[in-house]
Write a protein that binds this ligand. Structure first.
Ligand SMILES: [Zn+2]
Length: 69
């Protein structure tokens, strides 16, 4: 599964991590391709290299425990 991180942060300052299949995916110029990962956790490790305050999208990564914002 390919993962992406939104270049634009939420109002909370969180940069959301999405799977390629997500319907809430930001448009092409507003996201960074993180690469292919087997777990959301691995994708988040990669996202943290870009944004220290990254978090899972609540639509496509909802299987994870909610982040504390
Ligand atoms: Zn998503």
């Amino acid at each position: 599964m390919d993962y992406f991180v939104n270049k634009n942060s939420q109002l909370t300052g969180i940069h959301k991590i999405h799977k390629e299949t997500c319907t809430r995916m930001p448009n092409k110029c507003n996201k960074i391709h993180l690469g292919k990962f087997y777990t959301d956790y691995a994708a988040k490790d990669e996202a943290r290299k870009y944004y220290a305050n990254s978090g899972y999208c609540s639509y496509c990564c909802k299987d994870n425990k909610p982040e504390r914002y």
